[in-house]
Design a protein around this ligand. Sequence first.
Ligand code: SAM
Length: 218
Amino acid sequence: MLRLEDSYLHKGQRRNLTQTLRKKGIKDEAVLEAINNFPRHFFFDSALLSHAYEDKAFPIGEGQTISQPYTVAFQTMLLNVKPGDKTLEIGTGSGYQAGVLYCMGAKVHTIEFNEVLYDRTRKFLPKIGVKVKHYCGDGSKGLPEQAPFDKIIVTAGAPTVPKTLLKQLAIGGVMVIPVGDRNTQQMLRLTKQTDKKILKENFDNFAFVPLLGEEGWQ
Ligand code: SAM
């Protein structure tokens, strides 16, 4: 399949994208390296292929999007992923963010609400060598059977921080989640210092599709 070839042109486009992200403030070399190595064009239909290395979100069907590279880089940088970290992603979508985390050595569990996307991505990622665990369901409730997690990344906009997700974070664990209204959300990083003490840090505003489900938008 032509789409799954990684040419010199694609590699050059990725290098340029990485430079753009660096200029926009992404300083974490491990994140930049993962984005530089992991082909984003594999996640695009042939009609949109020429846009794969623009710093933009794109439709992936089912009314959902593959996040903008800057957003992926920013969330991943805040997450401070280390090799071996047990990581939960909520909102698998195309699988690109899960692939970036996998490239950084995380052990990724990813959950998607939409059955069509779940099924498509679960079949696709192994074809490009990305081995992560896929689940279909309401990720606003997390994945209690696999908790605790060292890292939790939410890639859809939540109305509040789901309490269930905080419970599923290990002590010392980090959650990155956009929280706000349906149009704009502020990126938050929550570090579970002890069972009762959560450090909350606020970052820039972003625009995500809504987190649905019990602890999301009804
Ligand atoms: N991380 C994705 C990627 O790399 O392509 C982009 C995610 S997209 C911006 C948000 C995704 O969250 C959508 O695929 C949507 O179906 C999913 N979603 C929304 N609410 C959810 C929930 N409660 N549980 C799991 N997934 C959810």
